[in-house]
Design a protein around this ligand. Structure first.
Ligand SMILES: *[C@@H]1O[C@H](CO)[C@@H](O)[C@H](O)[C@H]1NC(C)=O
Ligand SMILES: *[C@@H]1O[C@H](CO)[C@@H](O)[C@H](O)[C@H]1NC(C)=O
Ligand SMILES: *[C@@H]1O[C@H](CO)[C@@H](O)[C@H](O)[C@H]1NC(C)=O
Ligand SMILES: *[C@@H]1O[C@H](CO)[C@@H](O)[C@H](O)[C@H]1NC(C)=O
Ligand SMILES: *[C@@H]1O[C@H](CO)[C@@H](O)[C@H](O)[C@H]1NC(C)=O
Ligand SMILES: *[C@@H]1O[C@H](CO)[C@@H](O)[C@H](O)[C@H]1NC(C)=O
Ligand SMILES: *[C@@H]1O[C@H](CO)[C@@H](O)[C@H](O)[C@H]1NC(C)=O
Ligand SMILES: *[C@@H]1O[C@H](CO)[C@@H](O)[C@H](O)[C@H]1NC(C)=O
Ligand SMILES: *[C@@H]1O[C@H](CO)[C@@H](O)[C@H](O)[C@H]1NC(C)=O
Ligand SMILES: *[C@@H]1O[C@H](CO)[C@@H](O)[C@H](O)[C@H]1NC(C)=O
Ligand SMILES: *[C@@H]1O[C@H](CO)[C@@H](O)[C@H](O)[C@H]1NC(C)=O
Ligand SMILES: CC(=O)N[C@H]1CO[C@H](CO)[C@@H](O)[C@@H]1O
Length: 470
């Protein structure tokens, strides 16, 4: 079984993944790699008329993700080495068991294989049993559910949405029966004889805290009655403990030093959590630490990101790190507004050692066809970044709008079109009049990010999901 060639393992692996569909809980949409949006943008509810399609998409996603929850670390079938399911756990995807030296005389149970065999790396080959423990899938879906439901609440003040977001957060983080302990000691574990700890790359699993914090700040700043002071205090205490883990544990510190997207994403979650605990100075400082360190070497003069281009899926990794850079810049910008003396310059103009900006990296990424590296299934990953850059830097010559409309004719119905504003596009040119569509209608499912169908879509999302965690 372990001696098969790559191609003979690939197909059965995919088919096996497809057979897991109910456990994987795939929804017909791509999860944005990450983002953080100023809560006041949503609470002001002053949107152009031509964002009504995007608003409808947000409502639809809120309902779809909510239908998958609630989620809890207690749902997993396996128990981490600590003995407590309250500890988050995920398994490193490319590692496979070699039982030849286990000394067993009979067939081993899965648990015995996990602890008594030696695990070896087969780069690029997903061990399909990895997703039988799916805390990563759960927390990703939780983050999207909180994000879209909180935004939906801001749009129409329909408390169905705020109740859901509050209840999902309570189940995952706060209810003593179902809560996650504030650590990632067992994330992306390499199982086997010495496989008792997670690995630093697993810290990436909680990058989506930036989306969760966006949602919480909307409920908090918008004074939702469903976001009670008990919940707020509970999340602040949980986050303080987890921040301590992020700033002191060996695994987290190693991740924070990573030169590539892992380092960028580390600051997404650290900085977002500092906002959650009412420490804007800390959030500003954390994102500044990123922009004064890793960032400086991540983009060369052409706009290429060499550390991402070197990976097996360069198109995906360029888009992925761009999303993380944009998230850090969004947090930096929001935190700045809360400082006693806000900085005079904008982080979006900050240049790397080679003189490049986030815009330079985006412009370069737009010139590369995903087909060049066989990554057609990841095409849509770049689009939210195009919209974010167009909105921040401006689109005077229409480059970004025209790229998006060529990629997808109705791109203005994408959720990102609601917050990446101003951005050209949309069905009409009526001016902004503070009009908001009321939430609640369950519009027909929009499969707008890419035209993936059936099994191909499921495979794409599963692969993206898996690749996204390494
Ligand atoms: C040891 O366990 C592995 C995994 O279950 C199995 O493949 C192998 O055949 C076992 N060895 C013996 C001698 O039974
Ligand atoms: C697994 O390894 C432990 C420690 O070496 C040993 O005590 C135990 O008997 C092994 N279990 C099996 C089923 O081989
Ligand atoms: C696991 O981590 C703990 C705490 O950092 C450390 O003491 C222990 O040596 C590690 N175990 C292995 C097998 O690396
Ligand atoms: C497990 O760790 C011990 C102590 O570091 C080491 O001697 C041993 O070789 C390791 N075993 C494997 C299979 O890596
Ligand atoms: C700012 O970040 C540095 C690490 O880059 C840290 O040593 C310092 O304590 C931080 N200050 C604040 C106010 O968070
Ligand atoms: C970059 O700096 C220029 C000059 O100060 C300013 O006009 C522009 O708005 C800045 N760009 C961004 C995206 O902040
Ligand atoms: C159009 O705008 C983009 C982004 O500002 C810029 O990179 C590009 O050079 C511009 N192209 C032309 C022809 O002006
Ligand atoms: C959508 O509305 C905004 C705000 O009125 C406007 O700036 C933008 O140009 C509109 N887009 C189109 C294509 O009409
Ligand atoms: C509020 O949202 C829920 C969930 O989508 C929906 O079922 C309900 O009809 C909405 N209520 C109103 C008043 O729009
Ligand atoms: C997706 O592609 C299929 C096959 O080309 C086509 O039948 C279907 O209408 C497309 N769906 C969308 C939403 O574009
Ligand atoms: C990408 O999607 C196509 C169908 O659109 C599918 O045939 C192919 O297997 C997918 N590739 C990967 C790597 O998932
Ligand atoms: C799929 C599944 O079993 N989900 C459960 C996860 O845990 C929460 C909290 O206990 C349950 O409500 C879900 O039903």
């Amino acid at each position: 079984m372990l001696r098969k060639s790559a191609s003979s393992i690939w197909l059965p692996t995919l088919l096996w993944l497809l057979s897991l569909q109910p456990a994987i809980q795939v929804v017909a949409q791509t999860s944005y790699a990450n983002d953080f949006i100023d809560p006041n943008y949503f609470l002001k509810t002053q949107f152009a008329e031509n964002t009504s399609g995007a608003q409808q998409t947000v409502f639809t996603r809120a309902d779809e993700f909510a239908a998958l929850g609630p989620w809890s670390v207690m749902n997993k079938s396996a128990t981490p080495p600590s003995g407590s399911k309250h500890d988050y756990m995920s398994w490193a995807p490319y590692w496979w068991p070699d039982c030849s030296k286990a000394g067993n005389k009979t067939i081993l149970t899965p648990e015995q294989i996990w602890t008594n065999c030696t695990y070896v790396n087969r780069d690029g080959l997903f061990n399909p049993d990895v997703r039988t423990v799916d805390d990563i899938g759960a927390v990703d879906n939780l983050a999207d559910a909180v994000f879209y439901n909180s935004i939906s609440w801001a749009l129409g003040k329909n408390s169905s949405y705020s109740k859901r977001a509050a209840s999902f957060i309570n189940t995952w983080f706060l209810d003593p029966a179902t809560q996650m302990n504030p650590n990632l000691n067992f994330a992306q574990m390499i199982r086997g004889v010495n496989g008792t700890n997670g690995t630093h790359t697993g810290v990436l699993d909680l990058k989506c805290m930036a989306k969760i914090v966006t949602g919480i700040l909307i409920l908090r700043e918008g004074k939702s009655s469903d976001w009670t002071s008990d919940l707020d205090n509970g999340m602040v205490s949980w986050s303080r403990e987890y921040i301590t883990w992020l700033e002191t544990s060996t695994l987290a510190l190693q991740e924070g030093w990573s030169a590539n997207n892992h380092g960028t994403f580390y600051y997404n979650q650290l900085a977002a959590l500092k906002l959650l605990v009412n420490d804007p100075t800390g959030a500003y400082n954390a994102t500044n630490t990123y922009f004064n360190n890793q960032y400086l070497s991540q983009i060369i003069a052409s706009g290429e990101q060499p550390l991402e281009a070197a990976r097996t899926r360069p198109y995906h990794y360029r888009s992925y790190n761009l999303a993380a850079m944009i998230t850090n810049a969004h947090i930096w910008t929001y935190a700045s507004t809360l400082l006693p003396s806000p900085p005079k310059t904008s982080i979006w103009n900050k240049t790397t050692n080679a003189g490049a900006t986030i815009q330079t990296a985006l412009n370069f990424a737009m010139t590369i066809s995903p087909a060049q590296s066989g990554e057609q299934n990841y095409t849509a990953e770049l689009w939210p970044n195009v919209a974010a850059v167009g909105a921040v830097y401006g689109d005077r010559n229409g480059t970004y709008a025209s790229f998006l409309s060529k990629a997808e004719a109705t791109y203005y119905d994408e959720a990102f079109f609601l917050w990446d504003q101003p951005l050209a596009g949309g069905p009409n040119n009526s001016s902004s009049g503070g009009s908001v569509k009321k939430g609640g209608t369950n519009a027909a499912l929009r499969i707008s990010l890419d035209n993936w169908t059936g099994a191909a879509f499921v495979a794409g999302v599963v692969l993206l999901h898996t690749i996204s965690s390494i």
